[in-house]
Design a protein around this ligand. Structure first.
Ligand SMILES: [Zn+2]
Length: 300
């Protein structure tokens, strides 16, 4: 969301938070009679308009810093690793086009940086006409944590997933599951209770993926533990089923990919079909820019 830094909601384009663009468009309209040569390209023209405007006005530093704060993109850890920089390196900058992309807790895109470029790629299948969205924060966290992170960003998330989880959180069983999660109760019990509750509430399709992504931490701990899987394996859905529903709902993630590839290694490498599935998951995490061979060596 390219915003003026004063908050606003994130319900798609055209909301109050998009006022910076509207302002720029208005400026351009107002400047029609300034006699600028038509040969000057649009960027140059816009820069000239901005200079004219700022020369005559007092610059509001606070507003400007707020714009930078909310619209700057921070280079993620993955891109630092990908380009071989040291782990704690973080780049920050403004990429105007990428700043327009709104947040969703069921995002369909991811971004990373190579040099001065920001690359946005699909992280799951996208329907025709569906808005491209990114996760501004970790969407593999429970509703409560996501609400806090959204608040820090200055918005109240009203995405489909948050609305659904808001309804579910009113149920008593959900309160117990959340409490167990926070207190670090046996992860198998938490997963089992959540799956049983979803069955009773008749949760279907993507909604299952939403809740499983919220509790990914306990699912992943369960799936990587041979001891726990011996105890709970037959009572809970398989890792394949869980991963597929999560990826379909909220897109690929490096952590999911790691757990899946570890599982595959444990089972002796997996067949062609399994490998294809993991490669698809890998493309959702890293994008198509990652060569097949490189992806294979990263996963296997
Ligand atoms: Zn949300």
């Amino acid at each position: 969301m390219l915003t003026d830094g004063t908050g606003g909601n994130n319900n798609g384009p055209g909301n109050s938070g998009d006022s910076l663009l509207e302002e720029l468009n208005r400026d351009e309209e107002n400047q029609e009679n300034t006699g600028l040569d038509d040969d000057i390209n649009t960027d140059d023209k816009q820069a000239w308009i901005d200079i004219q405007r700022f020369m005559g006005e007092k610059i509001d530093i606070v507003a400007m810093l707020s714009i930078l704060d909310v619209n700057s993109l921070v280079e993620e850890m993955f891109s630092s690793k990908f380009t071989g920089k040291n782990g704690d390196y973080h780049g920050v900058g403004i990429w105007v086009l990428a700043s327009f992309i709104n947040h969703s807790c069921n995002p369909n895109a991811k971004r990373y940086h190579i040099g001065d470029h920001v690359i946005v790629h699909a992280s799951r299948d996208i329907k025709e006409g569906e808005e491209i969205t990114l996760g501004y924060f970790d969407v593999f966290s429970p509703l409560k944590n996501r609400k806090e992170m959204a608040k820090n960003w200055g918005f109240d998330c009203q995405c489909k997933r948050c609305k659904f989880e808001d309804e579910v959180s009113a149920k008593n069983e959900m309160g117990e599951i959340e409490m167990g999660y926070e207190r670090g109760v046996d992860v198998g019990t938490t997963v089992y209770k959540l799956e049983e509750s979803m069955r009773r509430w008749m949760v279907r399709g993507k909604m299952k993926g939403y809740l499983r992504a919220s509790f990914w931490k306990v699912y992943s701990e369960l799936f990587v533990s041979e001891k726990l899987m011996r105890k709970w394996g037959r009572k809970v859905p398989t890792m394949d089923v869980v991963v597929e529903s999560i990826v379909e709902a909220v897109g690929g993630d490096e952590r999911v990919l790691r757990v899946v590839s570890e599982g595959m290694k444990r089972n002796g490498g997996g067949g062609v079909l399994e490998m294809e599935k993991v490669m698809k998951l890998g493309r959702g995490v890293y994008g198509k820019v990652m060569k097949k061979q490189a992806l294979r060596s990263l996963i296997c």
